[in-house]
Design a protein around this ligand. Sequence first.
Ligand code: PMP
Length: 427
Amino acid sequence: MTAHQPTAPADLSTETEVALERAATSHRHHELFSARASKIKQSAVRDVFDISLRPGLVSLAGGNPFLQSLPLEKIGGMAYKLVTEHGLTALQYGGGQGMEKLREQICEVMAEEGITDADPGNVVVTVGSQSAQDVACKVFCNPGDTVLCEDPTYVGALNTFEAYEVNVEAVAMDDRGLVPDELRRRIAEVRSAGGNIKFLYTIPNFNNPSGITLAAERREEIVRICQQANILIIEDNPYGLLRFDGQPIPPLRAGHPADVIYMGSFSKILAPGLRIGWALVPAHLQRRFYLASEAVTLCPPTLNQMLVSEYLDGHDWRGQITNYRDLYAERCLAMLSALEEYMPPGVTWTRPEGGFFVWVTLPPGIDTYPLLHRAIDAGVVFIPGAAFTPSDEPSNRLRLAFSAVAGDRIREGVRRLAPVIAEAIEA
Ligand code: PMP
């Protein structure tokens, strides 16, 4: 028993004893935590998850896909058939790299994005692309190494990086994505301070949270900068097929099989609960990557892999993606026109060509974190911008998701948010 564990005198009521016992056990074993464990934080998105479920509240917080548009009966029939007719395989362990047939189909999905030379042998199926990010850190990062990312970037990736005790250096973006000169400058700065940079993590299409897309003419330049600096690129592209405006741009991986680890996911084009994602890994790195993935999960879930495979075989998945796109286009428009109508002067926002998110900028000096409480009182939830950068600085930005909420609710949410923002500007 450690010094801070209180002991209950014999005459205390049961209730007090229980409370003391709870207090005592809540401290037990804390000294056993790894240094790493203290770096693992609950993401801001998870923080507001419960609040988002309150009746009457409009949640513009979570980037959930709108699953109501899926053919649920059909998918249910497929799942039933897999268990009843192929249960001995579907419910059994599988290979650590993932099913071969699914890896072949994943290559077809990537071909839709412009990656036409992918070898299924270099695909590793993962438990969502989240676990692919974890595996990448496991394979490449020692504590104290540096990884580069966009500013802002995906909160889940930041949490993973922090859990591996790496230094995360965010590189500035503008409205055409990551700024190549900023990348050069940051690489030079980190190196001159003795830092060891392992990779650049980038979300080139419809960045989470900003919705910004990396311009075509910058993509080659960014690959060249990383090649010259001997830094790997991790290209995270879960939203790429959900483009509803503008022209598709080939992924960074398209012409650079040796320089880029490409990550994809069925979470946004099918369903996140299946937890099936993947990494397309350069051939010379593939074995380490797959062994590390196997060490974490043994194998990706067999039934879910078979279900995704069956869905890709037996359903018009391209048509489903078109449905999703049309739906998100409509919702994005609803959000943009509501912002136009309700937001006070001095507020600006991005105009995404796909994906789930709009990034709103308030005048400098306004911290959006305290605004969240006022917004909740007004009946709307968002994610404050500070969640999406590795620095502890307050942020005058916030993320709004349009994916999960119908157009009229989006409009209502923005209408509720606007006076909260106007009041902060006037204060
Ligand atoms: N990358 C980005 C940019 C994301 O937005 C998300 C999910 N919100 C993920 C990765 C994780 O996705 P998955 O469900 O495939 O783990």
